[in-house]
Ligand binder design. Structure first.
Ligand SMILES: NC(=O)c1ccc[n+]([C@@H]2O[C@H](COP(=O)([O-])OP(=O)(O)OC[C@H]3O[C@@H](n4cnc5c(N)ncnc54)[C@H](O)[C@@H]3O)[C@@H](O)[C@H]2O)c1
Length: 440
């Protein structure tokens, strides 16, 4: 079923928007501390389209290029408030210190603010994230009771923050690889699964279910299925709730979706792409577990095939060997290093090589994505959109699509679609580059 189209005009952003993050680790705390730093004029929101990007409206000759946040009624940063859940009881300040993404001098000015954000007890099950164990977990021992407890948390957190509404972005650890089970086939099956503690229902799905039931848009920053199944999609459409996922597109995959469309546009062949990473944060430790890595491997591996379309270009891409590795290496902490050895082929089949060595900071790239998703998903709900928001594919390694749709991985096509959707929401014409005669 297609995503609902928005009834214009769009409802304004009124009052506080609560951003809920299941998982208050490296990404979530870098996001929260960053928003506070920007609000206090201590830093620029680099990497965020909602804060920094302009959008052309009307013919190019009119030269009308407002900021996205000026064109659309996004929630202003000053209206954002934060809450979350974690299996560790550390405040956002303690968690940010432990994550070691931001320097102490960037955290100290916000110490009091960050100390005030303490995680609620997590709906956690060590069978789904094996290398993790912490004390701040709920005692309810059935999936139904856990889901109800999360729903109550959402209501309580909205009331405590005096917020008018909320949005949830999963920033929790990567769960083990699971494929859709019979309990995901419909919302009735899912409800029954909750009642009988079906092992197919992972904790992230309890959060997604609770969010949708409370009318809270849900974005998934990890590769686990969460809301990517017919049951929760159906529920989201019925409740008028937008969804987006999966797995924030940062580091190596971001580079892949920049480079691969370039090779394809120039009809250069590709024989091999070997990607390896070393990282030493908790995410890296969890990805040492083969079942969690499998979830990541699946989201990372689909990207090239979808961009290169080997079925259309067997001579260029039919024999591509694509390998992805993640190695846990504690000395690096969050400062990941990703190497890509790329074997390409040009005119007359002559071989060439490209090496990319990306000394990347994953959470620095992920934090603005959390911000943009929170603001866009909130606006999408006010615009009357519900179900899967494919126009937000730009932010994800493995875009959640409506069933039957082919995900788009090319960053530039994703960007065009995102901006055209924003134009449509604003009541402007989409840009096709065709309506303006000789202008390209
Ligand atoms: N860092 C990036 O750039 C990046 C990019 C893409 C995807 N991701 C994904 O985003 C997620 C967060 O990454 P991170 O670097 O912040 O990891 P992290 O390990 O620092 O933080 C994750 C937090 O989630 C908590 N958690 C786990 N299960 C939970 C549950 N059921 N309920 C509540 N809390 C739970 C953990 O205790 C931990 O504190 C991971 O799944 C990661 O794969 C991160």
């Amino acid at each position: 079923m297609p995503t609902t189209h928005p009834p214009l005009p769009l409802a304004p952003s009124e009052g506080r928007l609560l951003v809920l993050t299941p998982g208050m680790g490296a990404v979530a705390t870098t996001f929260i501390a960053g928003v506070e730093a920007v609000r206090r004029g201590r830093a620029a929101p680099i990497g965020s389209l909602t804060q920094m990007q302009t959008i052309r409206v009307g013919e190019r000759s009119k030269n009308k290029n407002p900021l996205i946040k000026a064109l659309l009624p996004l929630a202003p940063l000053d209206d954002l408030v934060f809450a979350g859940w974690d299996v560790f009881p550390d405040s956002a300040y303690e968690a940010a210190r432990r994550a070691e993404v931001l320097q102490p001098e960037d955290l100290e000015p916000h110490k009091e603010f960050l100390h005030g954000i303490r995680p609620m007890k997590a709906a956690f099950d060590g069978n789904y994230v094996r290398r993790l164990d912490g004390p701040n977990v709920k005692s309810e021992n059935s999936k139904r009771a856990l889901a109800e407890s999360l729903r109550q948390d959402i209501r309580d957190a909205i009331a405590a923050a005096k917020a008018t509404r909320a949005v949830m972005i999963w920033c929790g650890s990567t769960e083990i690889y699971l494929t859709p089970a019979p309990c995901h086939a419909s919302i009735e099956a899912f409800e029954k699964g909750l009642d009988r503690d079906d092992p197919g229902i992972a904790p992230s799905q309890l959060y997604a279910y609770a969010a949708i039931m409370e009318g809270v848009p849900y974005g998934n920053g990890a590769p686990n299925l969460s809301a990517d199944n017919p049951a929760l999609e159906e529920l989201a459409r019925a409740r008028g709730v937008p969804l987006a996922g999966k797995d924030f597109k940062t580091g190596q995959t971001l580079m892949k979706t920049v480079l691969a469309p370039g090779f394809k546009a120039r009809m250069l062949g590709l024989d091999g792409w070997f990607s390896t990473n070393i990282l030493g944060n908790r995410d890296g430790e969890i990805l040492e577990d083969p079942d969690s890595f499998r979830a990541k491997e699946v989201t990372k591996s689909g990207v090239l095939d979808a961009i290169l379309q080997p079925e259309l270009y067997p001579e260029l891409y039919g024999k591509l060997y694509h390998k992805v590795r993640i190695n846990y290496y504690p000395p690096r902490g969050d400062a990941k290093e990703g190497w890509d050895a790329i074997d390409i082929r040009g005119w007359l089949g002559y071989k060439m090589q490209i090496k990319v060595d990306f000394l990347c900071r994953d959470s620095i790239l992920a934090a603005p994505i959390v911000l943009d998703l929170a603001l866009f998903l909130d606006m999408a709900k006010r615009a009357g959109y519900s179900g899967v928001q494919e126009w937000l594919s730009f932010y994800f390694k493995c875009p959640h699509t409506e069933s039957g749709h082919v995900p788009e991985h090319d960053l530039f096509i994703q960007h065009l679609r995102l901006k055209n959707t924003l134009r449509v929401i604003a009541g402007e014409e989409p840009v096709t580059h065709l309506a303006e005669g000789f202008e390209v």
